[in-house]
Design a protein around this ligand. Structure first.
Ligand code: ATP
Ligand code: ZN
Length: 225
């Protein structure tokens, strides 16, 4: 099924990064036949296989050298890096390109009735998030004594459910926050999609293929400017 001489690229199976990542690959001339349920997709004109997974798994797959490249949001990448550091796991990779999609920010938001008067107002608070490492790093940098409550979903309803006082979640337009009676107060991280490569050297023919693809990515991004 998988052939180690083919370049392996991890992409999000279905979500906010999937369509743009596939569109970019197609735009640089990688023909793909994607069947919805399948984990693997083979290119029909290049020695490239796509591994279609949850975005949470992509940093680990690259850092463990299971795949050669990955398309991932910087937010997820940075969070997983911090998580691996805490567990003393290697997190070797290089960022090849910062891409022009997947833009968002990780922000702290509080209920609209919360009398927010700057980050000091977060002292003693519980903040629900899917990004506990990024949030705790922010608290430490700012000298705030607050705690991160990890939730993998439904973060925006945590204050209403009495689970937390505030949230720290990804925002692009702010419409979801508003719909949940929350106001954005602090941006703690800004993010875009990036293309990353695993650490260590690749077989020369794989590296040569990557080196041919990168200028095409630059060309596609320039054409959109
Ligand atoms: P998966 O099932 O793969 O784990 P997910 O629910 O974690 O999916 P998505 O909501 O599809 O992930 O978001 C994937 C990435 O898209 C985010 O980590 C972030 O980098 C980017 N993104 C861009 N805009 C937004 C937004 N408004 N909200 C959330 N993520 C966004
Ligand atoms: Zn995810």
């Amino acid at each position: 099924m998988t052939d180690s001489s083919r370049l392996r690229i991890a992409i999000q199976k279905s979500g906010r990064l999937s369509d743009d990542s596939i569109a970019l690959l197609k735009a640089i001339g990688v023909k793909l036949q994607i069947r919805d349920r399948l984990l693997i997709a083979h290119s029909t004109n290049q020695p490239i296989d796509l591994l279609r997974v949850r975005d949470d798994d992509i940093p680990g797959l690259v850092m463990d050298g299971v795949v050669d490249l990955g398309f991932i949001g910087e937010n997820e990448l940075e969070e997983k890096m911090l998580e691996r550091q805490a567990a003393s796991k290697r997190s070797e990779f290089s960022t090849l390109r910062r891409l022009d999609y997947g833009g968002c920010r990780l922000s702290i938001a509080v209920p609209s009735e919360f009398n927010y008067q700057g980050i000091q107002s977060l002292n003693g608070m519980k903040v629900a998030t899917t990004y506990p490492y990024l949030l705790e790093r922010f608290f430490i940098e700012k000298g705030i004594d607050a705690s991160a409550v990890m939730l993998t979903g439904s973060v925006e309803v945590a204050p209403r459910a009495g689970v937390a006082d505030a949230i720290c979640d990804l925002v692009s337009t702010g419409a979801t926050l508003e719909a949940n009676g929350l106001k954005e107060e602090e941006v703690i991280f800004t993010s875009k999609a990036v293309l990353i490569q695993r650490g260590g050297s690749l077989p020369p023919e794989k590296q040569a293929l990557i080196d041919r693809l990168l200028p095409r990515i630059d060309g596609v991004m320039q054409a959109k400017e």
